[in-house]
Structures are given as structure tokens and as C-alpha cells.
Ligand binder design. Sequence first.
Ligand SMILES: NC(=O)c1ccc[n+]([C@@H]2O[C@H](COP(=O)([O-])OP(=O)(O)OC[C@H]3O[C@@H](n4cnc5c(N)ncnc54)[C@H](O)[C@@H]3O)[C@@H](O)[C@H]2O)c1
Length: 315
Amino acid sequence: MPELSVLSHATVLAAVSPGSAIDATRDAFLHHHRGDWVMPPKVYLESPPHGDFRAMPARGGALALLKWVTSFPGNPADGLPTVSGVVCLSDTRTGVPLALLDAPAVTALRTGAVAAVASRALARRDARTVGIVGCGLNGAWAARCLAAAGYGPGMCCDPRAAAATALAEELGWRTGDRAAALACDIVCTITPGAEIVVSEEDLRSGMHLNMLGADGSGKAEASVAAVLACELFCDEWEQASHGGELTGAVAGGHVTREQVTTLGAVLAAEAAGRSDADAITLFDSTGLAIQDLGIVTAIWDRWQAGQIDAPEVGL
Ligand SMILES: NC(=O)c1ccc[n+]([C@@H]2O[C@H](COP(=O)([O-])OP(=O)(O)OC[C@H]3O[C@@H](n4cnc5c(N)ncnc54)[C@H](O)[C@@H]3O)[C@@H](O)[C@H]2O)c1
């Protein structure tokens, strides 16, 4: 049987720089928009009352993958991570598995990267400052990727003061409260989505919101009124309308497919981004398997070039 490479959390994070993750993520959206990378809808498998499993397959080029990843919100109380899982990478010509990779690390790179890709496509040209609401694993990578894309300085906000301080010190940014973060040109929300962190009265002309935390049913970070006051963009309509930030507005009959533009269409220059400098833009990220494929393709290229050291196991 073939040997599989096993890439740990640290190996994955070291394998792709934030700048490379941004390029890989942008390419992934373009491939998906053109239809040459494909992705069936994410499958949720509930594990009540603890959390859920998610199966996320994608195929593009010579590679296919399945990300088998969790969200178990009560885990931290037991000293376990909320999110865990693996990515299984396979060869599309033979079906043979090639590698296993730590799923949270792949997720963090592609989630951080999409914040930068969406900001470049949708924020005002003169946008600079960044507010991070939620400085956990994925919020930290959003900040790192936005910094790598040339944005900043930023304001880090988190009820876990140590998390906000560590991120701010790493990037030379500052810590502040929610209002200070929301006063920035680009605001990334990446909280567990259990409470509203953006209301209509928080919105300011010209701001851009990357809403990353609501990636499953029952989660929301913005009020429906706030959503309705924005020009709307999403990563993928099916996911965003059923398990994303747009879900409440869609379920209430306030937003239809025609009112929401996909990021891929903007990147491909087939749709407009913000209408003008004063518009308020909202990008709803639910997290796509093609983003994972973009990151893993970049890692696999380096693996094949002999630039990554990782153990191999036989099945
Ligand atoms: N869109 C995507 O592609 C994507 C990818 C990964 C994770 N997620 C989602 O993003 C969310 C965060 O994931 P994570 O892995 O970074 O979790 P995490 O637990 O590492 O971080 C969440 C952070 O949010 C902070 N927080 C909680 N309430 C807050 C509030 N009101 N204001 C500011 N900060 C607050 C927490 O203290 C914590 O530091 C989850 O809902 C997860 O499912 C989305």
C-alpha cells in the first residue's frame, strides 16, 4: 500500500506564508467560479448535545480532498479544542490517498487568507485600519493575513484580554473594545457567533465587514437590520443562505439570491464590488472546501519539491 505523509499543525502553518495563502485562496475562488474546481455542499453530522462533524470534499487539478472537521463548543471546558479533524488528500487520477494534514491549521490559513482577498476586492481603496473582533485561532490568522496584505495598524478586541494582547503585540497593533475595533476601515468578526457584535448603529459609511464567525445554523454576528443596510457579498450562496451571516435575512424574506454577489464573480471581474466609497460592504464567509484545496495544493507543491519535512506512514 502507498505511504501517506502526515503534516502536523505546526508543519502546515510553517509550510505556507500568509502571502502565499492569500494567492492560493484567490486562485481557488477563481478556479471554482470558472467551474474547473468542484465542491459538493458541506455535510453536517450532528452529535447532540456536544457539537457537530462536517464533511467537506473538493476536487481540482490533480488533487481531491475531504476535510473531516468538528465544532464542539463545550470542549475548552475540558481542555480540548473546539475544532479538530484531518484533511485527507488524494490523487484524482488513481484515487490513491497521498497525505493527512491537520484540519484546524489548513482552516486557519484559508480563513485568514479570505479576509485579505475579500478586503482587497471590496474595501475602499484607501482602507488601512483593521478591527479584529474575536482573537482566537482564526481571528489571529485573519489579522496576520491582513497585515501581510499591507493593511494596518489594527485594533484587537476579545473578552480574553490575553488573546487580544498577544495578537496586538505580535503585529505591533493595539487592543481596544468592540467600539474601537468597529471604528476601523476593515472590520473582521470571528467570534463563536453566539451573540450579535455588529448592530445597525455600529455601521459607518465606507466601512468593509468580513463576517467570518457564522458558519453554521443558529449562528449570527450581525443583526438582520445591519445586514440589510449593507451591500452584500458571500463566498457561496447555498452555504451563506443556509448556514451563514445572511441566513436570518434570507429566512425572513428580506434578501434574495439576486441581491448577493459572490466573491468569485468580483475577482473574475464579472460583477462589481462596492458601488462607491461611501457604501458599506459585508462579505459573508462560511468557509469553502475549495479554499482548503487552494492551501493544500500550495503545500503539496512544496512537499513534492522536497521543501517540507514530514513523516510518512503506510496504511
Ligand atoms: N468562515 C470560516 O471559514 C470559518 C473558519 C473557521 C472558523 N469559523 C468560525 O469562526 C468562529 C471562531 O472560530 P475560532 O476557531 O477562531 O474560535 P476560537 O475559540 O479560537 O476564537 C473565538 C474567539 O472569540 C472570542 N469572543 C467570544 N465572544 C466575543 C465577543 N462578543 N467579542 C469579541 N470576541 C469574542 C473568544 O474569546 C475567542 O478568543 C467559530 O464560530 C467558527 O465556527 C469560521
